[in-house]
Design a protein around this ligand. Structure first.
Ligand SMILES: [Zn+2]
Length: 136
């Protein structure tokens, strides 16, 4: 690849890219710094609310497979599964994690049926009947 001579004017695309970079540096970044004291507590509050709704849903939900109450134990089982999965995700030397999406938020302690949290409805919905027996 050859570089253009120095006396050649920059193309419109190059000027536009430079303008976008300058706009971000002089406007976007300071704006982000100014908003951080508001955004971080807001994000923490939303996450706390989501966890509270998930706990309430787990306590109120009966397993559609075996009929037992899911309860907090179902969330703890699912969290343990998730942490075990994350420990097995290979990490590269560049400290880049692959994008992973959690789809199971509760697992029945009795029959192993898996449930996903529907955040809009605030309900746990059966995702997979599970393969494990009791005493998981
Ligand atoms: Zn069950």
């Amino acid at each position: 690849m050859t570089e253009p001579p120095e006396d050649e004017p920059a193309s419109v695309g190059d000027r536009w890219d430079g303008l976008k970079l300058r706009l971000f540096i002089f406007i976007g970044f300071p704006l982000l710094l100014i908003c951080l004291p508001v955004l971080l507590p807001l994000a923490a509050g939303l996450e706390k609310r989501r966890k509270k709704r998930l706990r309430a849903a787990a306590i109120a939900t009966q397993c559609t497979r075996c009929g037992s109450c899911l309860g907090i134990a179902a969330l703890e089982l699912s969290d343990a599964d998730w942490n075990s999965f994350l420990a097995r995700v290979p990490s590269s030397g560049l400290r880049i994690r692959p994008r992973v999406v959690r789809r199971v938020h509760a697992r029945c302690p009795q029959c192993g049926a898996e449930y996903a949290f529907d955040e809009k409805a605030g309900l746990l919905r059966l995702r997979n009947v599970g393969t494990e027996g009791s005493a998981a």
